[in-house]
Design a protein around this ligand. Structure first.
Ligand SMILES: Cc1cc2nc3c(=O)[nH]c(=O)nc-3n(C[C@H](O)[C@H](O)[C@H](O)COP(=O)(O)OP(=O)(O)OC[C@H]3O[C@@H](n4cnc5c(N)ncnc54)[C@H](O)[C@@H]3O)c2cc1C
Length: 394
């Protein structure tokens, strides 16, 4: 028997990801949530290595990158980390806190189930395996949503289609294409929270280090971060590098301190009469394999080293400057930097200023969080903000 659907939906939410599901579950109105994936919350399910780093104990606008640093404040204040923790506690979902303040679930799947159930309890019908092909505002002010299952009509539409990274998990350019077609300004999108690739020569010099990691300090313009760095076949990755990638623009320098706790010049000078190679002298502080790769022919015996050679070696270790060839790209980046210009959006409601009834949430907006649970917190807060505005529309 054919099911009956309303002629005009109050709201159609496009994207059953983090922000779309949060939005759907936070206001009790008959609505439709559409996703082209076979299951909801694909990114949430794999987030945090399957444990979902859903938020952080310290959240502020300083943890976000955007053309407008203030935009995220209202939504983050209206729906906080504590609100999400309460939601988990109320539903008996266990979570843990790391010493650095990252909040993790024991299983990301628990969070996907909770968000999906909550959305359904709040009167949301979920259409999966359904692609949204086009959204258009009619002269009546209503929105026409063209899907692979036919044409629908809605009073309000929430674009919650996320960023461009990880196309294998359902990411698509649909949201940004639609926003552009509707005349919204777009801030250029680039992969972020991604590894950084070396140029060919440097890659040749370090490829055999792939899999080795060490604590490092990374500087990118005014931004600096200390944390684990991992060598990869392409260049470098690991938390410190992912953080730096959020602030990096093509052509800019990155400076790495591979020995953040040691003044390499002072140390090498102290041992300047030693017959040992620099890599052996430093063996207790940094793997000789890494020192050898970084210094190349400059890894000489301290006793034979000229003052310039000593200085150069110390510089390579404490102040290694390079220009990345690129980031590791859309297939590996955790998030998208850039998106719909926040000037187009009301920061308390996520509604487009110029298009009443059109709401945009989550990663599709030009709000990108650092590594540490900030992007999911943004998805929860922006989804909640849209829901609270939508429940007031009759
Ligand atoms: C591997 C990985 C790990 C991550 N880990 C973390 C973490 O631990 N902590 C953290 O804070 N952040 C993490 N993130 C980032 C976080 O998952 C995202 O920022 C967040 O999911 C964005 O929420 P969203 O609602 O904007 O989009 P999404 O959650 O990506 O949801 C968008 C949805 O829209 C659907 N869609 C797209 N186009 C269409 C279309 N045309 N028709 C129908 N449906 C469509 C997609 O299938 C998807 O389900 C991670 C990201 C990745 C890729």
């Amino acid at each position: 028997m054919a099911q009956s659907y309303p002629d005009i939906y109050h709201t159609i939410i496009i994207g059953a990801g983090a922000s779309g599901l949060m939005c759907a579950g936070s206001f009790n109105v008959r609505k439709l949530v559409i996703d082209h994936n076979p299951a909801p919350g694909a990114k949430v399910k794999v987030s945090g290595g399957g444990k979902c780093n859903f938020s952080n104990t310290r959240i502020s606008a300083a943890n976000y990158f955007s053309q407008n640093k203030h935009f995220c404040k209202n939504a983050l204040a209206a729906y906080k980390n504590a609100d999400f923790l309460k939601l988990l506690d109320d539903n008996h979902i266990p979570w843990t806190k790391t010493p650095s303040g990252q909040l993790f679930a024991h299983s990301a799947q628990d969070i996907v189930h909770l968000l999906t159930r909550r959305a359904q309890q709040a009167n949301s019908r979920l259409w999966l395996n359904t692609q949204v092909l086009r959204v258009r505002q009619e002269t009546t002010g209503l929105y026409t949503v063209q899907t692979s299952r036919g044409k629908l009509s809605a009073q309000n539409v929430v674009l919650a289609t996320g960023g461009l990274s990880y196309p294998a998990l359902g990411a698509s350019a649909f949201g940004i294409k639609t926003a552009r077609e509707m005349g919204l300004n777009i801030i250029e999108q680039t992969p972020a929270l991604a590894g950084l690739c070396f140029t060919r020569d440097l890659r040749r010099q370090t490829a055999h280090l792939a899999g080795n990691s060490l604590p490092a300090h990374i500087q990118c313009g005014k931004f600096s971060y200390r944390g684990p760095l991992l060598f990869t076949h392409e260049g470098i990755s690991g938390p410190a590098v992912l953080q730096a990638s959020l602030f990096w623009n093509e052509g800019e320098n990155i400076t790495v301190n591979f020995l953040p706790d040691t003044d390499a010049l002072a140390f090498l000078k102290e041992h300047k009469n030693s017959p040992k190679l620099f890599s052996s002298l430093l063996a207790e502080k940094i793997s000789p394999k890494i020192t050898k790769a970084l210094l190349g022919e400059g890894d000489v015996s301290a006793a034979n080293a000229s003052a310039a050679c000593l200085q150069q070696a110390a510089q390579r270790l404490n102040h290694f400057v390079f220009i990345p060839q690129s980031t590791s790209g859309w297939t590996k980046a955790e998030v998208t930097r850039g998106g719909v210009d926040t000037k187009e959006i009301n920061p308390s409601t996520m509604q487009c200023r110029r298009l009443p009834g059109l709401f945009i949430t989550g990663e599709l907006l030009d709000v990108t969080g650092m590594l540490g649970g900030y992007n999911l917190q943004w998805a929860w807060s922006s989804g909640w903000a849209a829901a609270k505005a939508l429940e007031k529309i009759f």
